[in-house]
Ligand binder design. Structure first.
Ligand code: NAD
Ligand code: TYD
Length: 352
């Protein structure tokens, strides 16, 4: 089994690569990642000498590169590569369209041309939009994305379904809820709050803090992705959720409590425009058809995650200072690290 993983230097992709290398001893992985600000090859430092792991730097937006790579022969493609941060999509949607939509189409086209037997698109519950206080997203919920990030993910999902339906490409989709765990870039809610709180800095809670997310530990998500890859049916969508709905303010207080920081660090700030109020996932289908169920209880997983950020303060400070950008050059040595083709700021500069 030879699989192409895209975006493997990001948060979920790096956890997935590690899990596959550990649990599927006969699989070879090629990781294609362009190393945007969110891509950090240091996340996979522990596996980079594994002979079953190869890293290739390149963008899924480059159709020729994608075609030439896919031509070398893969059983499966798992597409994690994306611009993934909603706040960034509000200020600059173009890269989201290029990577999330055009990049996915490039991969689909190459998969079709070169007879790839499995194409797994990593999507998100955000494509369904926002829920009222009651109800859950099922795979049959109509798509109703509300922001540029989720709109590009929904558009990509539709192209995946079009390739499956029209060209019989053996493609399928997982849509997970919000992930948390080690190696998440510290611009997202949990790692931002954890790393700020550990340094005694304020944590910016949007609006009234009563927006609800359904938290799924990244290792549970990766096990679900693997189950879909091995057992999922072509043309299908599988929702993966943690069953851990929490208002943001509750998560914020739990983070502060665990790291021993005062609640007064919470700063209520102007709400994100178009902020989805509630996400919650019905994942009965994945349980029934894939035999998948999340294993990690939120309170336990959150504590372990916070302990990880505490123990890996150097990882956080290297990301925040931009120092992590030198890793590629030092370890893969093509002189490109830090070059102008890398995307701008390591940590999002908020608009005032
Ligand atoms: P991330 O931002 O941490 O990582 C994205 C990775 O993709 C980075 O390594 C980046 O360098 C790479 N990348 C970006 N553009 C690329 C391009 N053009 N070509 C090649 N590589 C490129 O994201 P994440 O949180 O790990 O999310 C991974 C996937 O899971 C995304 O598709 C996202 O939409 C989806 N998802 C994430 C969550 C979540 O809570 N993080 C929830 C549901 C779904
Ligand atoms: P985020 O991690 O950006 O994920 P998403 O928007 O994709 O769900 O945010 C999770 C929740 O936390 C979301 O409701 C927005 C909120 N949030 C804050 O309150 N403050 C912050 O600084 C960030 C980044 C997010």
């Amino acid at each position: 089994m030879r699989i192409l993983v895209t975006g493997g230097c990001g948060f979920i992709g790096s956890n997935f690569v590690r899990q596959v290398l550990e649990t599927r001893k006969t699989w070879d992985i090629v990781n294609l990642d362009s190393l945007t600000y969110a891509g950090n090859p240091e996340n996979l430092a522990d596996v980079e000498k594994n002979p079953r792991y190869t890293f290739k730097r390149g963008s899924i937006t480059d159709g020729t590169l994608v075609d030439e790579l896919v031509k070398t022969g893969f059983d499966s493609i798992v597409n994690f590569a994306a611009e993934s941060h909603v706040d960034r999509s509000l200020y600059g949607p173009t890269e989201f369209v290029q990577t999330n939509l055009q990049g996915t189409v490039n991969l689909l086209e190459a998969a079709k041309r070169h007879g790839v037997q499995r194409f797994l698109q990593i999507s998100t519950d955000e494509v369904y939009g926002s829920l009222p206080p009651e109800g859950f997203f099922s795979e049959k919920t109509p798509l109703h994305p509300n922001n540029p990030y989720s709109s590009t993910k929904a558009a990509a999902d539709m192209m995946v379904q079009a390739y499956s339906h029209t060209f019989n490409l053996p493609a399928l989709i997982t849509r997970s809820s919000n992930n948390y765990g080690p190696y998440q870039y510290p611009e997202k809610f949990i790692p931002l709050f954890a790393s700020n709180a550990l340094e005694g800095k304020k944590v910016p809670l949007y609006g009234d803090g009563m927006h609800i997310r359904d938290w799924l530990h990244v290792e549970d998500n990766c096990r679900g992705v693997l189950a879909a890859l091995e057992k999922g049916k072509t043309g299908q969508v599988y929702n993966l959720g943690g069953g851990n709905e929490r208002p943001n303010v509750v998560v914020a207080k739990a983070i502060l409590k665990h790291v021993g920081a005062p609640v007064s660090l919470i700063e209520f700030v102007k709400d994100r425009p178009g902020h989805d109020r509630r996400y919650a996932i019905d994942c009965k289908k994945a349980k029934k058809e894939l035999g998948w169920t999340p294993k990690i209880k939120f309170e336990k997983g959150l504590k372990a995650t916070l302990d990880w950020y505490k123990a890996n303060a150097t990882w956080v400070s290297r990301v925040r200072s931009g120092e992590y950008r030198t890793y590629y050059e030092k370890h893969y040595g093509d002189g490109l690290a830090g070059a102008a083709d890398r995307q701008s700021t390591p940590v999002l500069r908020r608009k005032p």
